[in-house]
Unconditional design. Structure first.
Length: 157
């Protein structure tokens, strides 16, 4: 049984001193339970994002759908990082989560790039006064679906 004071990074296990050095004030330790919990949250955000995307009576639904896709993407990043790195990002600037995700898996660069695309929509979707374009909202749902599918693979490892 592995000690709680050890963090597992891809391909190696770190001792307590190394693990604390690898963790920053912007990360928090997590594991399989956290990974699965964040994946369930991502699924919930995505489910509602899809439902809202299909609403045609109000343009604001496009913002809501894109915003939920962004939140699902952040949850996915947490899920994958918990599964692989035993840590997740906890800062205000979610781009730091992309940096952590980049290191989490062999395809982390691609996953981080997708997360960054989603994060590029965050301000407009969450705080903007203009409506997110329908194409962007659909793209966000498509991108996050790929991320959720990938996170499910990691959670099953």
């Amino acid at each position: 049984m592995r000690s709680k004071s050890r963090a597992k990074l891809p391909g190696r296990v770190l001792g307590q001193e190394q693990a604390s050095h690898a963790m920053s004030s912007r990360t928090t330790l997590c594991g399989t339970t956290g990974s699965r919990s964040r994946l369930r949250t991502a699924h919930a955000y995505l489910e509602v994002a899809r439902l809202v995307l299909d609403e045609r009576d109000r343009d604001e639904h496009l913002n809501v759908s894109a915003g939920l896709a962004v939140l699902a993407g952040i949850a996915v990043s947490d899920s994958i990082c918990c599964a692989r790195l035993r840590a997740r990002y906890r800062g205000d600037d979610h781009r730091g989560a992309a940096d952590l995700l980049r290191r989490a898996t062999p395809d982390g660069v691609e996953l981080a790039t997708t997360l960054l695309r989603l994060l590029d929509l965050k301000d407009g979707a969450h705080y903007g006064v203009l409506v997110v374009a329908a194409r962007k909202a659909r793209d966000a749902n498509r991108w996050v679906t790929r991320l959720v599918d990938r996170a499910a693979e990691e959670a099953e490892r």
